[in-house]
Write a protein that binds this ligand. Structure first.
Ligand code: NAP
Length: 309
């Protein structure tokens, strides 16, 4: 394979348009060669309804970025890896941990890269937070991930269907950060969901996470027209405090002023994807998905008024 690698985006919705397409355009490693979509039009690359149609056209591809909802990735990943194409999976990599492991196995058994791209792990202050956590013991804190679903997930029926995760779809980003800055065996307890009567997934979720002397209370909430927050606050047993805000784009230590950096999460996702392709490796971490799956398995559910999709 010669660079730039030819990549196709599969599923041309919100995240594909707003993040993947520009990140690929700016990447020295990839060139957008096609879009696989039932609805895309007026784009400057060929559009095919299915990946089979793209193959039938004779188009040569090195990779695909799966930007569909997590419930529908199995078949495309199978088809792509069988042809030797590397696969980038948007987060969450699949609807269940077992499915994610099956996608990883498709890559490793065929010797091609499958990468679960947890984009929040590439936020600017995640690495500094990881270093801070490694230097501190006995962390106690709070995650608050509250956002307006009408703004970020307009018309997305899949989000409210089984496997779509509801409020845990954005919330899982915080867990992807926590499990990389504080790796280890987190266990979940006390899950409680508020679930709209017309949905299979919650619009609010609370639970606690524990790990070897650490304790974190988690609150995820979809709220319309209210202030949004994507925050992880941790206090160590020696009194030091870390506050990661704006999803990892801002950091305050010990109550000091926030430092902020421009976010370039998807540039990081594509850099890592290229590294994995160069070294022929897979990277499908399911730590965050294991926690959301446990929340779904154990949550006490309170039904609430229907959601507007
Ligand atoms: P979206 O706007 O609904 O786009 C998903 C696209 O997937 C659709 O436009 C459609 O593309 C295709 N698709 C294939 N099968 C589908 C089905 N059964 N139902 C609906 N769409 C189907 O969703 P999105 O926000 O881009 O999210 C896609 C993935 O990115 C999710 O895993 C999500 O967690 C992740 N993500 C989303 C955000 C965000 O802020 N929205 C941020 C980061 C990550 P075509 O019409 O082209 O066929």
């Amino acid at each position: 394979m010669t660079r730039p690698w030819k990549i196709a985006i599969v599923g041309f919705g919100k995240i594909a348009c707003e993040q993947h397409r520009p990140a690929i355009a700016d990447s020295p490693d990839f060139q957008l060669a096609a879009i696989i979509s039932s609805s895309a039009h007026a784009v400057d690359v060929p559009v095919f309804r299915t990946l089979e149609d793209a193959f039938a056209s004779g188009l040569a591809l090195d990779a695909v970025a799966l930007c569909t909802p997590p419930q529908v990735r199995q078949e495309v990943c199978d088809l792509a890896t069988a042809r030797g194409l590397a696969v980038l999976l948007e987060k969450p990599p699949a609807a269940t941990v077992a499915q994610a492991q099956a996608l990883a196995a498709m890559g490793s058994s065929r010797g091609v890269t499958v990468f679960a791209g947890w984009h929040s792990r590439f936020a600017p202050f995640v690495e500094e937070a990881r270093t801070w956590c490694a230097a501190h013991d006995g962390l106690h804190g709070r995650i608050e991930w509250h956002e307006d679903h009408l703004k970020w997930h307009p018309g997305q029926a899949w989000l409210w269907q089984l496997g779509g995760l509801g409020v845990l779809d954005p919330g899982i980003n915080s867990l992807s950060i926590l499990t990389v800055i504080r790796p280890g065996a987190w266990h979940l307890s006390g899950a409680a969901f508020e679930q709209p009567e017309n949905a299979d997934t919650p619009r609010a979720a609370r639970f606690s996470l524990g790990r070897n002397g650490d304790h974190v209370d988690v609150s995820f909430r979809f709220a319309e027209n209210t202030s949004e927050t994507w925050s992880i606050q941790l206090r160590a047993e020696n009194g030091d405090v870390l506050h990661l805000a704006d999803g990892g784009a801002a950091l305050s230590l010990n109550g000091g002023a926030f430092r902020r950096k421009a976010n370039a999460e998807y540039a990081g996702v594509y850099r890592r994807f290229a590294e994995l392709m160069r070294s022929g490796q897979c990277d499908v971490d399911t730590a965050a998905l294991c926690l959301t799956e446990e929340a779904f398995r154990t949550a006490e559910i309170t039904l609430v008024e229907p959601v507007t999709i």
